[in-house]
Design a protein around this ligand. Structure first.
Ligand SMILES: [Zn+2]
Length: 178
């Protein structure tokens, strides 16, 4: 098991560069890309229910994950290091923290703590969800690992903290057959 926590994120942030909050133009810039801070109340689930946004968030996530991975693959020069940096930066950017639980032949199990999507869901409803809600994160993982493996793979969220049974989310990333 590998834990990607704040300590890992801090080290990776040193390598990747820290964001400037905020420069003279009112920009938040990290590695030449502009960011904007937005409360989790508004993004993503302030826009509507988790279910109605599912495909949009998944597709957006895939694009983010792909670009994110490619950016750090160029910087790291090594696939495993690139993965480590991508997860580190996600922690650094406030997504939550990750534990890579299990790397099996056919799947990788990732435990996700303190999901910002669960926080967003909870900020907009007082009900527990019947289904997982972390569609953007699932899409990002799909984009990261599809680019990593060089083949489009699927990611399932097998349990989600928004469903109230436990306080973490868990994803299964498909490992393609050789
Ligand atoms: Zn979740």
């Amino acid at each position: 098991m590998r834990k990607i926590t704040k300590e890992v994120a801090e080290k990776i942030a040193e390598l990747a560069g820290r964001p400037v909050l905020t420069d003279d133009n009112g920009d938040i810039v990290l590695k030449g890309h502009r960011f904007v801070m937005m409360g989790v109340k508004y993004f993503p689930y302030g826009l509507g229910g988790a279910d109605s946004l599912r495909p949009v968030l998944y597709q957006l996530g895939e694009r983010i994950g792909e670009e994110f991975y490619k950016r750090y693959a160029d910087l790291a020069g090594d696939k495993s290091m690139a993965l480590e940096m991508v997860f580190g930066m996600a922690v650094y950017q406030g997504f939550g923290t990750f534990e890579i639980m299990d790397e099996q032949k056919d799947k990788i199990v990732i435990r996700f703590h303190n999901s910002f999507e669960v926080a967003s869901y909870k900020a907009n409803t007082d009900k527990e969800s019947d289904t997982p809600v972390c569609h953007l994160t699932r899409g990002i993982l799909g984009g990261i690992y599809s680019t990593y493996f060089g083949k489009r793979i699927s990611v399932k969220e097998t349990s989600c903290a928004a469903m109230g049974k436990q306080d973490f989310c868990e994803f299964e990333v498909e490992v393609p057959k050789e």
